[in-house]
Design a protein around this ligand. Structure first.
Ligand code: SAM
Length: 237
């Protein structure tokens, strides 16, 4: 896994912006994920090569979408830590909050961070639409990220309330997400955001190209948002 991650980071031009031991750390994380996956459902991806590419190298290019050193990030619907844990391992000074509505994966992530002596990793069990109204979390983060959690119209409502004015919401999407992105624009604006652009990247050693939708938070999110999940689904912004 480590050699594949090393050459992948090189191919993406990221080697200079990550610590020298980043490939080893990501490979160790991938190994721990596969080991735990035998007894707990953490990922559908079970081939180490695919873990290296479709998890680790898929998340790494977010580094091109902001300046993360010394910043704060909340990963909404983190699951087994994607992309939040990968970004933490690539940027040691980043403080990450890993939010999910399922406790057991968070327990695993918390144990991993403790075992490895990682500081700046907080796990948070809850639903984003509720946590987004907590004053200790609302508009407190430089970045909110999400991969494979919801359609952009719903995802913006889950994520943008957490982002400080001047911060960024980074949504990981497929390259055929044009319609989804266009449909999400009115909601993004309503929630205080502005589309800065999209960043497409081929994942090295695969035929897959993915996209980051980059949204800047320009003004505070109106207090009514996020709404209840059922309301969001019935009336997406
Ligand atoms: N982001 C990870 C990844 O890409 O591997 C996990 C993706 S998984 C398909 C979606 C995750 O989002 C699940 O772990 C689920 O519990 C979480 N989730 C979905 N809706 C949520 C919500 N409203 N608040 C918090 N977590 C949520």
């Amino acid at each position: 896994m480590e050699a594949l991650i090393t050459s992948g980071l090189e191919a993406m031009g990221l080697t200079g912006s990550v610590p020298q031991n980043a490939p080893a750390l990501l490979a160790r994380y991938g190994g721990a994920l596969l080991e735990k996956n035998q007894v707990m459902n953490l990922t559908a991806i079970t081939d180490p090569r695919d873990v290296a590419t479709l998890h680790m190298l898929d998340c790494a290019p977010l580094l091109e979408c902001g300046q993360f050193s010394g910043k704060t990030l909340i990963d909404v619907g983190t699951g087994a830590g994607f992309p939040g844990m990968v970004l933490k391992l690539l940027t040691p000074t980043l403080s990450v909050t890993l939010l999910d509505s399922l406790q057991k994966r968070l327990d695993w992530l918390e144990g991993l961070a403790a075992d490895w002596g990682l500081s700046g990793v907080t796990v948070l069990h809850g639903r984003a639409e509720e946590a987004g109204h907590d004053s200790a979390l609302r508009e407190q983060f430089d970045f909110a990220t999400a991969r494979a959690v919801a359609d952009l119209r719903l995802l913006s409502e889950l994520c943008l309330p957490f982002v400080k004015v001047g911060g960024r919401f980074l949504a990981m999407k497929s390259v055929d997400s044009e319609k989804e992105t266009a449909a999400g624009l009115p909601g993004i604006q309503r929630l205080g955001g502005k589309l800065l652009g999209v960043y497409d990247y081929p994942i090295p050693h695969t035929q897959v190209t993915h996209r980051v939708v980059v949204v800047e938070k320009c003004h505070a999110t109106p207090p009514a948002y996020p709404r209840r999940w059922s309301k969001m689904q019935k009336q997406p912004l």
